[in-house]
Design a protein around this ligand. Structure first.
Ligand code: NAG
Ligand code: NAG
Ligand code: NAG
Ligand code: NAG
Ligand code: NAG
Ligand code: NAG
Length: 499
């Protein structure tokens, strides 16, 4: 990015003009004929926009953690260059970040309850962080936290979108007792500028623990204490932001998730039935988009860490109509490639229940899962059908009905030669610990070819992906596990002729 090499001496107006000129130049002479779908292509903009959110098992809040406010916070700033000095102009201050349903002075907002208040706060933070690029404003990268604990006796999570009945705890859902679905603590180091010899480094972070009695600053080093942190760092005027992520499970919180998401700037995003804010100012559509990023996994997170090289989320109804917020008929659709080499293909000739009905090769040829000579079983971890689908081919396993506000469909794939065509890993271990890589994944063409359910005879939907995520889900770990990784240079690109 040319603009990053500008000396600090330029005043803002000149810098802005230069950006514009360089932008036009870049468009006209673009090397590869692509435009970016995200507000901050390649994470190269000095003025960062990042937010954090926390979800319980059914993607709600239920109850705020004490003295933490609503679990939506943001770190957004513009950079003012004064000669050799650099000053950050923060858009969101502590007062706004600490807003909660219980601590705010407006009766109307308090009346929303913790779930709807969080959705409101996301829009509010979005309005403060919004970058007014025309014609498409955008807001922030979203860091998403989620705990899989579920109190089945409390029956707070709906079942496929309908009110659930209490049931006895099983091993399917961890819960240590009342209050097991709590939100984590959420502490914030506002981004600041640090001198490093000749260079100016900007650095900030969020961190916390689901174990609310723990000292969050020590939780990483404390035995059997959950922890997360996301820190970001960038040299002023050079390179990409580098997001450094850490996630640690504990016996009380054995199932945790941490993702960096590029969500749509409006409408719904994957798994979230409220209006959303995000970074994807163009919602990418299959088959015409690619995702680029650099991923360096330092610690894998143990055998059950489902590290998603790419997690894509969308929503459409089984009859092919777009989602409209009706949780009883909207269906979240997810697909993920798990790159932990310990993840096995559960789909096998003897276990067709774990496989999608058919596989489509890159050349368009379809093979049914009962075609044992040709079906690529090793390419699939699991397939889970929507719980409300009426015309499923048997044998079939439907998705757990509680972990989403509405029914969902999940297709999890594994590194395999059939995905090589799309730039994805073809062998176990590629891109894993000790093998940092910059990926350019043809997520658009891959997601066009994947099996997703629709009622027979309905017109195949255009597949739009309002959520494009990267990160790990440590799924019910037997002992405390730590995952650690960095993400940089993230971009979603669309060929100009498809735009
Ligand atoms: C649930 O647990 C209670 C107490 O352990 C037991 O009495 C009851 O039979 C269980 N219900 C079911 C449906 O298993
Ligand atoms: C927050 O700031 C403190 C003090 O500078 C530092 O020790 C800590 O590592 C930072 N943590 C994160 C997650 O940014
Ligand atoms: C750490 O916690 C685990 C689980 O509670 C326990 O089994 C282990 O003894 C603890 N180790 C230390 C050194 O305290
Ligand atoms: C930009 O950052 C890279 C990586 O840290 C470094 O190698 C390079 O020298 C820097 N360039 C400038 C102009 O500072
Ligand atoms: C399509 O690709 C598959 C897998 O490589 C191959 O078996 C099949 O013969 C190809 N079909 C056509 C029509 O080329
Ligand atoms: C495989 O499945 C298809 C579709 O359900 C069916 O038509 C075909 O008879 C099956 N073949 C075998 C060998 O079971």
């Amino acid at each position: 990015m040319e603009r990053m090499k500008l000396p600090f001496g330029f005043n803002i107006a000149i810098v802005a003009c230069t950006f514009l000129l360089l932008g036009v130049y870049a468009l006209a002479l673009n090397d590869d004929g692509y435009i970016s779908a995200v507000g901050d292509p390649g994470m190269k903009r000095d003025g960062l926009r990042v937010a954090i959110e926390s979800w319980n098992q059914c993607n709600e809040v239920l109850e705020e953690a004490p003295n933490m406010g609503s679990p939506r916070m943001a770190d957004c700033f513009d950079v003012n260059y004064h000669g050799t000095k650099v000053k950050l102009d923060h858009k969101v201050h502590k007062k706004q970040n600490m807003l909660g349903v219980s601590n705010n002075p407006y009766a109307k907002l308090r009346a929303l309850g913790a779930d709807k208040f969080a959705a409101w706060k996301e829009l509010y933070l979005g309005s403060r962080c919004e970058v007014l690029d025309t014609p498409r404003p955008w807001q922030f990268w979203m860091i998403m936290l989620k705990s899989g604990n579920m109190d089945t006796l409390a029956a707070v999570c709906p079942k496929n979108g309908f009110k659930a009945e209490p049931f006895n705890q099983t091993t399917q859902f961890p819960c240590f007792g009342k209050g097991c679905m709590n939100m984590p603590s959420m502490y914030h180091n506002y981004t600041n500028v640090y001198d490093d010899e000749e260079r100016k480094i900007m650095k900030g972070g969020f961190y916390g623990s689901w174990d609310l009695n723990a000292d969050a600053t020590k939780a990483f080093d404390t035995n059997d204490t959950s922890y997360y942190s996301v820190t970001w760092e960038k040299e002023v005027g050079n390179g990409s932001w580098v997001f450094h992520n850490v996630l640690k499970t504990s016996s009380k919180y054995p199932w945790l998730m941490l993702y960096l998401r590029s969500d749509a700037t409006r409408g719904f995003s994957g798994g979230y039935h409220y209006e959303t804010r995000g970074m994807s100012k163009i919602v990418p559509k299959s088959p015409h988009f690619k995702v680029r990023f650099t991923l360096d996994i330092k610690k894998g997170g143990g055998p059950t860490s489902q590290f998603y090289l790419m997690d894509i989320g969308s929503c459409w109804k089984n009859n092919g109509e777009p989602c409209n917020g009706d949780v009883t008929t909207d269906v979240t659709r997810y697909s993920e490639m798990i790159i932990n080499p310990e993840a096995e293909a559960l789909c096998k000739p003897s276990r067709l229940i774990e496989c999608p009905p058919y596989h489509t090769f890159a050349n368009g040829t379809r093979v049914h899962r009962n075609d044992t000579a040709n079906f690529p079983y090793g390419a699939y971890h699991i397939y889970n059908a929507p719980g409300n689908a009426m015309y499923l081919e048997k044998p079939v396993r439907t998705t757990d009905p509680y972990s989403n506000p509405q029914p969902q469909e999940i297709l999890q794939i594994l590194p395999h030669p059939v995905w090589g065509e799309y730039g994805y890993p073809t062998k176990k271990g590629e891109g894993w610990v000790g093998d940092p890589r910059t990926w350019e994944l043809d997520v658009g063409r891959l997601s066009q070819s994947l099996y997703f359910y629709q009622d027979p005879g309905t017109k195949p939907v255009e597949r739009h992906w309002p959520s494009i995520d990267l990160g790990t889900e440590i799924y019910i770990s037997k002992v405390g596990q730590v995952a650690e990784w960095t993400v940089s240079n993230f971009d979603i690109i669309i060929p100009k002729e498809a735009y």
